[in-house]
Ligand binder design. Structure first.
Ligand code: ADP
Length: 471
């Protein structure tokens, strides 16, 4: 089966979060199942671009409102990622250092999508399915069906995967002229609450819609940043397929980012060596349980609750634990977390920014991973943590609910709490402390979580079955 993924992120080319991890793994696993999966994404100015070889495979141009853009499609020559990687170069628009965060992001991603569809309409390969990820590729199903120039693509089935419904790519209707000439009778397929909403458009136009966990799909019918009614109405075409993890990249026995590698048998010594490194690097105490948080410092992740929860835990539980935070996002939360380094020195430390290597070192060296998320479509951090023998302490929501079982239940291996509230987080930290004081139980849980199979194989197969059902 010929599959084309369209995405804004893909590890190791450019990654801001879980979308990048999924896009970097899913096509590879689909290829290993005997299919031909390829991926197209914007060409940003990242290290990957400058350290790999590319060839030009197509050049074209298109009008977007009052502007004209030339674009070039380049392909990585060796397929070293395990799939064909195509990048869309639009000079001055996409070739920037960061993936997101520019005032013209709306224009950037619309232009990216037009270039993809334009190239697709001229490509010698006609995919059996076009799989679009999140709002950055959300206008593609509409364009394939309702833009006059691309009618040739109208019969190709499309699948939308929602990794995060909080971001929808809203644009005012004055930007409608950005889209290549389209059938105006179909305006309702772009519209949601009087604006152009690329994510809503994809939910309406894609042949099938998937979310990255079952619980998230259910939750979206009551909480989806304004799209609740749409998910209720379109529920017949929606299904949940849980993310997997790339067990080549995320494997403590081979991970090139960590100095002391380990497997289930050597986990006690291996994790201790990694913890030692973290403790000496961040002035923490090796004998105390180490809680880490890794992630975007945004409302969805409940990062705003961390400062108070950490203060309360340290003061109310006599400083019996240490915390280490890695993240970037909301400026005020960044500021609060960074300002705690000095007063809480010896108990707490934080590193503000994005650091792939340090994240691996933290999964390896920590005892517990904290994830108080308000919204969690799937969550990969808890899956990585478990693979590295780090016990997840997570809120009972979305993908966290689907992948973590509380130690209070038969066969449980994590700590779940219900409320995104400071007191519930600190209570869970208290439960984790009690667990830490029972080394035998800690050890058996560690062995268990390292052995859980969360690899992509199963999920990659579910996507293939879904595509096959669309023929
Ligand atoms: P989301 O996609 O909502 O950010 P996920 O849990 O699905 O959350 O995926 C997060 C991914 O991003 C993980 O691979 C995590 O390790 C990584 N990550 C998040 N923030 C950072 C950071 N500051 N430094 C390094 N890696 C990070």
């Amino acid at each position: 089966m010929e599959i084309l993924h369209v995405t804004a992120e893909c590890y190791p080319v450019a990654k801001a979060g879980g979308l990048g991890d999924v896009a970097g793994a899913l096509p590879k696993y689909q290829n290993s199942l005997g299919h031909s999966a390829k991926l197209v994404m914007p060409m940003y100015s990242t290290k990957f671009l400058y350290t790999n070889q590319f060839e030009v495979v197509h050049k074209g141009g298109f009008g977007m409102g009052p502007y004209w853009f030339n674009y070039t499609i380049i392909k990585e020559t060796t397929d070293k990622l395990g799939f064909g990687l195509y990048l869309v170069d639009i000079n001055g628009l996409l070739d920037r250092e960061n993936i997101y965060g520019y005032s013209d992001d709306a224009e950037r991603f619309v232009a990216f999508q037009i270039a993809v569809v334009d190239w697709l309409s001229k490509w010698s390969i006609k995919p059996d399915v076009v799989h679009v990820h999140d709002y950055h590729a959300g206008l593609i199903p509409f364009m394939m069906q309702h833009c006059y120039a691309y009618q040739y693509l109208a019969d190709i089935p499309t699948v939308l995967t929602i990794h995060n419904a909080q971001y929808q790519g809203w644009m005012n209707w004055d930007k409608a002229s950005y889209l290549p000439a389209w059938n105006n009778w179909e305006w309702g397929k772009l519209d949601w609450q009087d604006r152009i909403n690329p994510l809503a458009s994809a939910v309406k136009c894609a042949t099938r819609v998937t979310t990255v966990s079952f619980s998230y799909l259910n939750e979206m019918r009551s909480s989806a940043n304004g799209l609740e009614n749409l998910f209720e109405y379109e529920r017949g075409k929606c299904t949940g397929i849980l993310n997997g993890i790339d067990d080549v990249v995320w494997n403590p026995a081979t991970d090139t980012y960590i100095d002391d590698k380990y497997n289930t048998k050597t986990a006690a010594a291996g994790k201790l060596a990694n913890k030692k490194f973290l403790c000496s690097e961040f002035n923490l105490a090796i004998e105390k349980p180490l809680f880490v948080f890794i992630g975007r410092l945004v409302y969805e992740k409940a990062a705003d609750l961390l400062p108070q929860a950490i203060y309360d835990a340290i003061y109310n539980m006599e400083g019996k634990m240490n915390f280490l935070i890695l993240g970037s996002g909301d400026a005020h939360v960044e500021w609060e977390l960074a300002n705690m380094n000095l007063p809480l020195a010896g108990y707490y430390n934080s590193k503000i920014g994005y650091n792939e290597k340090l994240s691996h070192q933290m999964y390896a060296g920590a005892d517990f991973l904290l994830m108080p998320s308000r919204v969690e479509p799937c969550g990969l951090n808890q899956l990585y943590a478990m693979r590295y023998g780090t016990i997840p302490v997570v809120r009972n929501t979305g993908g966290l609910r689907d992948t973590v079982k509380d130690i209070g239940e038969e066969g449980g291996y994590g700590i779940l709490f219900n409320d995104a509230k400071v007191w519930d987080i600190t209570y869970s930290i208290h439960r984790a402390l009690q667990l830490y004081e029972a080394p035998k139980q800690m050890k058996s849980i560690r062995n268990k979580i390292m052995g859980i199979d969360n690899s992509w194989e199963n999920s990659a197969r579910q996507y293939i079955n879904l595509y096959s059902s669309l023929k």
